[in-house]
Design a protein around this ligand. Structure first.
Ligand code: TXA
Ligand code: MG
Length: 332
């Protein structure tokens, strides 16, 4: 059984310490319970995906207490500022351009240039964010493909001990996930319906918005899905068993037996051309490193990035899904 603690002042401090230590904490928000991790900690955010058993890395919402904190993470525009002033704290998630200097794991946006942010109104969520003193990355606290939880018992039933500590704060009042609104383009796009309606938003902005609901779901994605994926500029070569001249190597596990075509050992590649997702072959570490290492190698002017085979088990499934999408997106 997972550990369930009532959300007293004392226990909120305990939960914040767990988050600071890189562990997961499930906590109540007014919409649904969230599965939280310190949003600045790559390994902690990777644990979210491991716990949910998501077959791919969906970008997750970063929870803050106000617009001032959100502005350290994303670039606000006039529409975002207006909607935040009207609906925050509350069940509205805004997708905005991620700041280059944002102190955030790249896993929270799954490598994308945009980041989802939300200020919840639930007092326990707010107290937890304040006690941690950082933003909290949190998807709904359910196993992938199942219903969003509105009670601590739902979380326990769906995730068991994978939830980490569960902070119990009663039943979520809204019971529906937040409205997700993408404000990165010319016209705002609602990606998920929720407590704040299309009409609410259109009235306040004084304009029509687009609606593209299929994009946002915990279910496996269909080929026609709208959710964008991170793709490096440098071509990726998957399941590589050697490195070609001019290529960088994104390794996984030991590279003892890996060679360079035409001669030489991969371990002698110049600094900057070799990054290892996890020398010990640990998939959580690999997930934590995936986007930051791809970003780094992508800035290096290599002819390609050779990526070693990653086992198709556990988090490896999500890692391979992202790698395949990143490689596929380059071809189209
Ligand atoms: O009410 C809620 O929003 C709850 C509570 C815990 O805050 N959270 C929640 O998170 O429902 P999650 O991860 O289950 O749903 C967030 C949705 C995902 O389907 C994700 O695809 C979408 O928002 N999303 C997040 N970041 C995005 C981005 N940068 N671009 C497009 N979609 C994004
Ligand atoms: Mg969800």
């Amino acid at each position: 059984m997972p550990e369930i603690l009532n959300a007293t002042e004392e226990n909120i401090k305990v939960a914040a310490e767990r988050l600071r230590a890189g562990e997961l904490v499930a906590f109540p928000t007014e919409t649904v319970y969230g599965l939280g991790a310190d949003a600045t900690n790559d390994t902690a955010v990777a644990k979210i995906f491991e716990a949910k058993g998501r077959p791919s890395f969906n970008p997750v919402i970063v929870h803050v207490n106000d617009k001032i904190d959100a502005e350290k993470i994303v670039e606000f525009n006039d529409r975002a500022a207006l909607l935040a002033s009207l609906f925050w704290p509350g069940p509205l998630t805004l997708i905005l351009p991620r700041r280059a200097d944002a102190k955030l794991s790249l896993l929270t946006s799954a490598g994308l240039p945009s980041q989802a942010v939300r200020a919840p109104v639930h007092p326990v969520a707010r107290a937890l964010i304040a006690a941690l003193g950082r933003s909290i990355a949190a998807p709904s606290a359910n196993a992938s493909g199942s219903l969003s939880p509105t009670t601590p018992q739902h979380v326990a039933n769906s995730l068991g001990e994978r939830a980490g500590l569960i902070l119990a704060g009663g039943k979520s009042a809204v019971g529906l996930e937040s409205t997700v609104l993408d404000l990165t383009g010319k016209t705002p796009v609602m990606l998920r319906p929720g407590g704040i309606t299309r009409e609410d938003i259109e009235m306040q902005l004084g304009m029509k918005i687009d609606v593209e609901f299929e994009a946002v779901t915990d279910a496996p994605k269909s080929p026609g899905q709208l959710l964008k994926h991170y793709a490096p500029r440098t071509p990726l070569r998957l399941k590589a068993v050697d490195v070609a001249p001019g290529e960088a190597l994104l390794a996984f596990g030991s590279i003892k037996f890996m060679g360079i075509k035409g001669g030489g050992a991969a371990r002698d590649l110049p600094a900057g051309a070799l990054m290892n997702l996890s020398e010990t072959g640990d998939l959580t570490t690999a997930a934590a490193n995936l986007f930051s290492m791809l970003h780094q190698l992508d800035t290096g002017n290599f002819s390609g990035i050779a990526v070693m085979d990653i086992p198709e088990t556990g988090l490896g499934i999500a890692i391979n899904d992202r790698l395949k999408r990143a490689a596929g997106a380059q071809k189209s």
